[in-house]
Design a protein around this ligand. Structure first.
Ligand code: FAD
Ligand code: DLZ
Ligand code: SF4
Length: 511
């Protein structure tokens, strides 16, 4: 018989490891302490993964498949993938072990040692759930000019045929981004979103997580994530019908108390395998074809999934393991404690950390331009802010979190992912949100007690990184503007804030 391992982010019936499943085969699924604790995951992330794993095992059993499922609290659980495969090999004495390549480098390394360790043939099959294979990505982006995301995305449109008509992009242009930067008008209420009431399996997992991981970040109370394929498809349909039409317009908007706006809320399902990238893009394209969503929304959505998601995965696999070790801007500051509590007077930060605590979710601009922007401007050590993002989001896995944080947020890769750092002053946050209105700081004030910290931290960031960034043509305008300013008071206030100086009214990283 063949032993087939299915990991917690491989919950897909068509998974390559399940292809050719024979009557005598055993599917192995294991809840292990090592995975549950390599970062202090948000409680909702743990609950989502364990519940989805248990439901997936149940659906296989209902098909008549033999599933050997080891729960976290099983008395003999060794706590690691390797230990649990070893125990299963001893139990079942398989002639072969079949796995789908792990999505992350750390686990693939482990898998590659299993044939020698267990003394039996181990087949590591490709993960074919992505549009672009690892080999195709490397070949497609080898040339410098075509290595950037926009070129990669256009080529993926051509190859997939998504939003293409007679060889040309549907709607006459590749990219509708300029239309997709509106702030939310007063009075426009985003739709209520479909959330799911926990069933008995989920309630059991919630109790286990609450008991075993009580000290972890995040609330469990509002848990409403889909945990089965059926529910994930319902969540996708809810997005397509109710939010997609305005997804494009308000893609970058932020509003206090509006946790989900018009976003997809599908990344946790794409990343654990309950939904497939092809079907979510096809659903959006069908909405456009039926006249139910405009092109700027549908193209904006397809670009995120077919473009960005595939691109960051490609960067991860072409650059690892060296990628994680770079620190281009030499950032070394410790992560402030308020990232774990939300207790700061910067309202934008407390709102974005607050939604993260409540739901395990924040949308792209909250992650990039608020919590990420602050980490960049304050010079937080990449490894520390990466560990935070990997822990706190229900959709966070190393292969997708790392390029987004290390590359896009920290610019620690020296521009491999994005050609310039996404640094911004308070004016950007003020334009795209309603956070500043209720803040203890004044976004219009550049310096002095009460000035928005994002303002002087922004200029201080440019000053501190001038030797590295000033030659970047995309930073030319920022440095031209800096040339008009008196640097000394900016640096003094930024340093006092970063040191937590109590003389600075409402100031400091310590708060
Ligand atoms: P929507 O806004 O509706 O977008 C649709 C889909 O596009 C998403 O579900 C996602 O699958 C994909 N997508 C969009 N942007 C990206 C991107 N930059 N990289 C990869 N996929 C993208 N996404 C993760 O899935 N896991 C992470 O750990 C993660 N960490 C991030 C960290 C930072 C600092 C930043 C800036 C972004 C990160 N993202 C991550 C990307 C993005 O924020 C989330 O995919 C998105 O917020 C998920 O919510 P949604 O499904 O409502 O997305
Ligand atoms: C994230 C996660 C967690 C918390 N727990 C488990 C687990 O107990 N068992 C499992 O198979 N997978 C888990 N996962 C997902 C894995 O970390 C993921 O499969 C690896 O990161 C490989 O990509
Ligand atoms: Fe954030 Fe500054 Fe606005 Fe306050 S004033 S919410 S700190 S950008």
């Amino acid at each position: 018989m063949t032993l087939r391992l299915v990991l917690g982010d491989q919950l897909t019936r068509g998974l390559s490891a399940l292809q050719g499943l024979g009557a005598g085969d055993v599917v192995l699924m294991v809840e292990v302490a090592e995975e549950a604790s390599y970062v202090p995951h948000h409680k909702q992330k743990l609950a989502l993964i364990f519940s989805a794993m248990r439901h997936f095992a149940q659906s296989l059993r209902e098909e008549g498949v033999t599933v050997d499922y080891v729960t976290l609290d099983h008395p003999d659980n060794s706590g690691s993938f390797g230990g649990e495969v070893a125990r299963a090999v001893a139990r079942h004495k398989p002639s072969e072990l079949v796995v789908t390549e792990a999505a992350e480098w750390r686990v693939l390394q482990m898998m590659q040692g299993w044939q020698g360790r267990f003394g039996l043939p181990v087949q590591i099959r490709d993960d074919d759930r992505f549009f672009c294979s690892r080999a195709d990505f490397a070949q497609l982006t080898a040339a410098k000019k075509t290595g950037r995301m926009e070129y990669f995305y256009r080529e993926m449109r051509r190859r997939s045929g998504l939003l293409m008509q007679d060889g040309a992009p549907t709607g006459g242009q590749w990219n509708f981004d300029p239309e997709n930067r509106k702030s939310l008008p007063k009075g426009l209420r985003p739709p209520a979103r479909l959330r799911f009431v926990p069933d008995a399996t989920t309630r059991e997992v919630l109790a286990m997580v609450e008991q075993r991981f009580s000290g972890n970040f995040g609330d469990l109370a509002g848990f409403g994530w889909a945990v089965t394929r059926t529910e994930a498809l319902q969540a996708l349909q809810d997005f397509i019908d109710n939010a997609l039409p305005q997804f494009g317009d308000y893609q970058d908007a932020m509003k206090a108390g509006e946790d989900f706006l018009f976003h997809g809320l599908i990344s946790p399902y794409l990343n654990c395998g309950l939904l497939q990238p092809r079907e979510v893009c096809a659903a959006a394209e069908a909405a456009f074809a039926a006249g139910r969503a405009p092109i700027n929304a549908v193209e904006g959505f397809v670009r995120q999934v077919l473009g960005w998601r595939e691109y960051v995965r490609g960067i991860y696999w072409t650059e690892m393991p060296a990628y994680a070790a770079s620190n281009h801007l030499g950032a070394v500051r410790d992560l402030p404690a308020f990232y774990w509590t939300g207790a700061t007077q910067m309202r934008c930060m407390s709102e974005c950390i607050g939604v993260t605590q409540r739901t395990g979710y924040a949308h792209h601009i909250q992650r990039l331009m608020v919590t990420g922007n602050f980490a960049l401007l304050a010079g937080i050590e990449p490894a520390q802010i990466e560990a935070w993002y990997l822990a706190v989001y229900v959709d966070a896995y190393d292969w997708v979190e790392l390029p987004n944080v290390h590359g896009m947020v920290c610019h620690a890769d020296g521009g491999r992912l994005g050609s310039k750092p996404y640094a911004a002053s308070g004016a950007y946050i003020d334009r795209m949100s309603d956070y500043c209105g209720g803040c203890a700081y004044d976004v219009k004030q550049k310096l002095g007690a009460g000035a928005c910290p994002f303002n002087y931290l922004y200029w201080n960031f440019l000053i501190a990184n001038e030797p590295v960034l000033a030659r970047n043509p995309r930073m030319a305008l920022a440095y031209k503007n800096l040339a008009r300013l008196d640097r000394a008071p900016i640096v003094a206030q930024a340093q006092a804030f970063l040191a937590g100086d109590p003389m600075l009214a409402q100031g400091g990283l310590g708060i």
